[in-house]
Design a protein around this ligand. Structure first.
Ligand SMILES: *Cc1c(COP(=O)(O)O)cnc(C)c1O
Length: 397
């Protein structure tokens, strides 16, 4: 998509070497052997500084961050979590991993959760709303938060694709009761694999911290003697992954500047094409710039445009409607309930039959095409690619 690995340099190596120098790859314990090196802790500090969140917990990946956040917020069996049908599959996977029921509302022209449609899906069992800040830009968080506050529902932000994006001046992920980031290999800042949850609640943080490490209360350096208030799981990150993330997060301002500038070049080029309309962003200034997205006038035109873009050599062109991983239309494995082991009866009994549901989002997703903005392009390359893409779009008309 928009990966930070494009700009790996000596710094990632140096960070990893510092870990290998002691051999302590685990993030907890081994205080004597680690020579004062705490990469995961340092990365958490960097995330707090970057986002302004009061607490940050680094975990194994973004899916783990979402799962841990839901558990730490007390969301589980029988609870409904309203989310978006345009997202990566990890969103509903994490809801199910927490034991809760994924309830899909609709997306609008922002390509994020439509606040009006969220209202339609609220029931007495709704425990949380989980908007997804798709393709590097924020959902309409104020409107969603207002609904959550009014109804006494939690707000959990899936900001896995939008680390670095802001909404009205605040980092996405920090507005709800918890927010989650992914640092997987395809994200703007990467640890290889990694994720983080942020929250302003000390209590939620402490529960998450314990839950993600088998319940360890992290009260001392002797792990064997630590206490446990409740059982947990293992969603720990390693020091090696955290080390890579540390080198990456230090370059973030540069990453964002490149993405935003390259995206501007594409947008300027596309502005002259009357037959397409750019995605509506609730806060254009906070856009991290990982994708440029536009709407064609209908499904067939969008499909033709995506094909033409691919044929022109434009990498990373997506017609999301036909994509297997990001839109519910092709999630037959999920809709058909082809689970590897029997799912909890609360989920099976409480979840609507999605094979029968008609999604209004189809009308939007069928017309949406995105092009990934690469970090590796200089301005000249971006301009050349933007021209080529614009020509391919016009050619397809
Ligand atoms: C990447 C992503 C995730 C999952 O993150 P991983 O680190 O790959 O587990 C969750 N939600 C969205 C929207 C994502 O893009």
């Amino acid at each position: 998509m928009m990966p930070g690995w494009e700009l790996f340099d000596e710094n990632e190596k140096k960070q990893v070497d510092e870990v290998m120098d002691t051999g302590v790859i685990m993030r907890f314990g081994f205080d004597g052997a680690r020579k004062g090196r705490w990469k995961a802790r340092e990365m958490e500090h960097a995330i707090r500084k970057r986002t302004g969140a009061a607490h940050a917990l680094l975990v194994a990946d973004g899916t783990a961050a979402l799962t841990v956040a839901l558990a730490a917020l007390g969301i589980g069996a029988g609870d409904e979590v309203i989310t978006a049908p345009f997202t990566f599959v990890a969103t509903f996977e994490s809801i199910m991993a927490a034991g809760a029921i994924p309830i899909f509302a609709e997306v609008d022209e922002t390509l994020c959760l439509s606040p009006e449609s969220v209202r339609e899906y609220i029931t007495p069992r709704t425990k949380a709303v989980m908007p997804v800040h798709m393709c590097g830009a924020a959902a309409d968080v104020d409107a969603l938060k207002a609904i959550c506050d009014e109804k006494g529902i939690l707000l959990v932000e899936d900001a896995c694709q939008a680390f670095g994006a802001t909404y009205r001046g605040r980092a996405v992920g920090t507005i709800g009761d918890a927010g989650c980031y992914s640092f997987d290999f395809n994200k703007t800042v990467t640890c290889g694999e990694g994720g983080a949850l942020v929250t302003n609640s000390r209590e939620v943080y402490e529960r998450a911290d314990k839950y993600h490490d088998h319940g360890h209360d992290h009260s001392m350096s002797d792990r064997g003697a630590e206490g446990h208030d409740f059982p947990g799981y293992n969603y720990r990150i390693t020091e090696l992954h955290a080390a890579i993330g540390l080198a990456q997060i230090a370059k973030m301002d540069r990453f964002l500047a490149i993405q935003r500038e390259n995206k501007r070049i594409f947008k300027d080029e596309f502005a002259a094409i009357d037959e397409i309309e750019l995605r509506k962003l609730p806060d254009p200034e906070g856009d991290a710039g990982t994708f440029v997205t536009f709407f064609a006038k209908n499904e067939e035109t969008a499909r033709r445009m995506a094909r033409s873009l691919k044929e022109s050599g434009t990498e990373g062109a997506f017609h999301w409607y036909d994509n297997n991983w990001h839109y519910i239309r092709n999630w037959g494995h999920f809709k058909g309930r082809h689970f590897v082991n029997p799912a909890a009866s609360d989920i099976l009994g409480g979840m609507p039959d999605y094979t029968k549901r008609a999604f209004k989002s189809d009308a939007i997703m069928s017309r949406a095409v995105s092009i990934a903005i690469k970090l590796g392009w200089n301005a000249e390359e971006a301009a050349e690619r933007a021209k080529r893409a614009a020509n391919a779009i016009k050619h397809s008309l």
